[in-house]
Design a protein around this ligand. Sequence first.
Ligand SMILES: Cc1cc2nc3c(=O)[nH]c(=O)nc-3n(C[C@H](O)[C@H](O)[C@H](O)COP(=O)(O)OP(=O)(O)OC[C@H]3O[C@@H](n4cnc5c(N)ncnc54)[C@H](O)[C@@H]3O)c2cc1C
Length: 214
Amino acid sequence: MRHRAGQHYDIRLTAEDGYQAQRSYSIASEPEREGELDITVERINDGEVSTYMHDVLVPGDHIEARGPIGGYFVWEAAMDEPLLLIAGGSGVVPLMSMIRHRAAAGAKNPASLLYSSRGFEEIIYYQELEKLRAADQGLQVFHSLTRSQPPDWKGYARRIDPDMLKEVAEPLGRSVQAYVCGPTLLVEAVANTLLTIGIKSDRIRTERFGPTGG
Ligand SMILES: Cc1cc2nc3c(=O)[nH]c(=O)nc-3n(C[C@H](O)[C@H](O)[C@H](O)COP(=O)(O)OP(=O)(O)OC[C@H]3O[C@@H](n4cnc5c(N)ncnc54)[C@H](O)[C@@H]3O)c2cc1C
């Protein structure tokens, strides 16, 4: 089924003894790609489902997928306001679907991604984001690495804070449409800060992925 950028699927695994576990995973691919879809799963070390997907699942295995789900945390290329995307960790996944959709649809609205990761190795889609940014003057990508940075790192090196958000958001003006996704604490802190820098609450859409994310 065709999805909208930002939607997710519920994935259900069933063991031979009938035990079931279900988690939500955002769709990473753009709606324009029909007939298949990508999900991107971060391995949570003590996690039940994400470790199974990384360590046990092999091509040819069957899983149950229910979706696409969600009508609020979605972006369509026809929405032509400047786009402000803010992610922590795997929270970048639904935002990547939006960025890929924006590129596939040839949308011209200015868009900025501010993406917080722990270290350089943890950045998801780094190369693809670099390529998309190089090909599109309307797309800006800002990274912040909170725990460790390579020696020649030129991006931000701290948790997302009001000064950082101002630097990224202000050039887009106040009519931005903002999407914030990631660990619960990050999402709440960012959404509150966006309000204090003058972005109205009806312009801010949020999605929470996990308890804290550290
Ligand atoms: C709408 C939605 C979309 C999502 N999309 C994605 C996605 O695209 N990619 C993705 O990797 N995850 C995504 N998640 C998170 C995902 O659903 C699972 O919560 C995650 O994979 C952990 O499941 P688990 O079974 O491995 O861990 P669990 O066994 O459920 O939990 C193990 C431990 O990890 C902690 N934990 C649980 N979730 C997280 C988390 N997200 N970050 C840090 N710690 C956590 C728990 O508190 C617990 O201590 C999404 C969640 C929602 C609600």
